[in-house]
Design a protein around this ligand. Structure first.
Ligand code: F6R
Length: 353
């Protein structure tokens, strides 16, 4: 079986993306410890939070916002653009600028806008221009050490935000939730690693199903950002086309768009992220929407999130998505780490300043 050849891993993955994925639980635990030690003013009176970031840094914010939604007493807005929304002004607004490299121009622009609008600001990064600008402005910097790709640092880009929310009293203590997530991740991770043969490894089997197909992932509630993460990982690891859809919204538009072009319908694959913790009507929608796609001739499957609690389920689903994307990269014969297209585009943009 293709995925069971040990030589393939060192040949196609010389920068060890498989190790990055395997270390995700450790990274989450490290982020939790770090967030308890890093400096943070005792800000009070916050009425809204904006998290500014892009790509692999922004997804941590999406995961946090979806996880926090039922419990957080203030709105949390993920901003993926230049500047800031007009309502983000004054000391009641906390802006967290999150950029792995610290050099992403959209995030730097949001950071500058936050300073100009008199917001409370926190920078989360490994260094770069964001760290330098924040230090110069006397803004707290939550620095973490990670030498790999931003998307492989999602344990930091989520875990540090979660820790900041706890410290600021925006969320109750997350200790038990994190413990549950780590236990579930370590348990599931053992069954998805490259050493586990395809017959016993569902991530390898799912990757086999996705080969040569146009892929759409459906999520809802706290699994919505996992659908987005999965789409991004298929793009960046496997250099392949992918889409994501969020229920219940997709039942009001995407569901109608399955007929043309016929060749695309026949070569598409729709994946549904389900959880016993979802709203019962969303759970029903997952099932009925999947059936509707099947009846149109689309190949479908589902992943049922497991673990005790939302955080455990969100993170085991993410871990599964990362492994499937990783194996798909190998099946496509591409190195999962470099993203030459993104780097070249960033350079082109920088050259026009
Ligand atoms: C690359 C990746 C990208 C970056 C994005 C923003 O692995 O995931 O999506 O995250 O280009 O860069 P940073 O995170 O450095 O602000």
């Amino acid at each position: 079986m293709l995925f069971d050849d040990p030589a393939m891993y060192s040949q196609l993955d010389p920068q060890d993306m498989r190790g990055e994925i395997a270390r995700l639980p450790d990274q989450l635990a490290e982020a939790q410890a770090l967030s308890r030690a890093l400096p943070l003013p005792a800000w009070t009176g916050l009425t809204r939070v904006v998290i500014a970031g892009m790509g692999g840094s922004a997804i941590g914010a999406d995961l946090l916002a979806a996880h926090a939604l039922p419990d957080c007493r203030v709105p949390v807005f993920v901003h993926r653009d230049y500047g800031l929304p007009g309502w983000a002004a004054g000391p009641e607004t906390l802006v967290i600028a999150s950029s792995h490299s610290g050099n992403t121009e959209e995030t730097l622009s949001a950071f500058e806008a936050a300073l100009a609008a008199g917001c409370r600001v926190l920078a989360v990064c490994t260094g770069g221009r964001l760290a330098a600008a924040a230090e110069q402005a006397g803004i707290p910097v939550w620095r973490f050490v990670h030498a790999g790709q931003p998307r492989a640092a999602v344990g930091f880009s989520f875990g540090l935000l979660l820790g900041a929310f706890e410290r600021l009293g925006l969320l109750p203590n997350q200790g038990a939730e994190i413990e549950g997530a780590l236990e579930a991740l370590r348990g599931q991770g053992a069954s998805l690693a490259p050493e586990v043969p395809a017959v016993a490894n569902p991530a390898k089997r799912y990757a086999g199903q996705l080969m040569g197909r146009s892929f759409t992932v459906f999520g809802a509630e706290f699994l919505g950002p996992v659908a987005r993460r999965w789409k991004g990982q298929v793009n960046e690891l496997a250099k392949s086309w992918a889409q994501f859809e969020i229920l219940p919204e997709a039942d009001h538009n995407a569901l109608a768009g399955t007929v043309h072009p016929e060749s695309l319908t026949m070569s598409s694959f729709a994946m549904f992220l389900t959880s016993p913790l979802q709203h019962p009507r969303n759970r029903l929608r997952m099932e009925l929407t999947r059936r509707a796609y099947m009846l149109e001739g689309v190949s479908t499957d589902f992943y049922e999130a497991h673990g005790a609690g939302r955080l455990a389920q969100q993170w085991t689903a993410l871990q599964f998505a990362d492994y499937v994307s990783y194996y798909l990269a190998l099946a496509c014969g591409v190195d999962p780490t470099p993203v030459a297209a993104l780097e070249a585009f960033k350079e082109e943009m920088a050259g026009t300043q």
